[in-house]
Design a protein around this ligand. Sequence first.
Ligand SMILES: Cc1cn([C@H]2C[C@H](O)[C@@H](COP(=O)(O)OP(=O)(O)O[C@H]3O[C@@H](C)C(=O)[C@@H](O)[C@H]3O)O2)c(=O)[nH]c1=O
Length: 186
Amino acid sequence: MIFKKTDLEDAYIIELERLGDSRGFFARAFCENEFANHGIDFSIVQANTSYSAKKHTLRGMHYQDKPYQEAKLIKCTKGAIFDVIIDMRMDSPTFKQWEGIELSEQNRKMLYVPEGFAHGFMTLEDETEVYYPVTQSYTPGAEKGIRWDDPAFNIQWPAPAEIVSEKDESWPFYENTVDKELRHQL
Ligand SMILES: Cc1cn([C@H]2C[C@H](O)[C@@H](COP(=O)(O)OP(=O)(O)O[C@H]3O[C@@H](C)C(=O)[C@@H](O)[C@H]3O)O2)c(=O)[nH]c1=O
């Protein structure tokens, strides 16, 4: 696995290290030891698949509150997404910064999302599937979100969002509530 630092502290783009032969190639999609070599303890407790029928469906921006924070390893197995993370850790040098990367069936890249980051994506093709192991069980009471179009972050999505869930439409704007909640947790 090839780990490449992103501009955000502790987040990585991971590319496959292909061992090719006449059949095709073999590559690790996860390796506990290689993660440990990068200082990451990634203990999978759940793995999710999401399917979106339509291009420009947007899911996000999601995270779980302390003590249920989760790390995620995002891989697009069919179609393509613009995957976005925001560093929500108040003590991080990249606090409140966002980064986006295209993950696709073709490029086979993965994004390692550390605990304390909000995560979301926009599909770039119809019939897109995303597969992602996570390090925490789903905890509905700890589910949090911020709006994908929040001016506090100004995420540059590649297209207007066409399909968004009611839940994602109803997340608060950061400056109104999230900032106060996060400060309260410190
Ligand atoms: C996330 C999740 C949802 N659900 C249920 C709740 C609901 O009935 C249905 C759909 O949930 P949501 O609308 O929250 O699904 P979705 O908007 O796809 O949520 C996901 O978005 C991406 C961006 C992430 O980063 C994930 O961690 C997760 O938050 O599935 C579970 O049972 N387990 C889970 O782990």
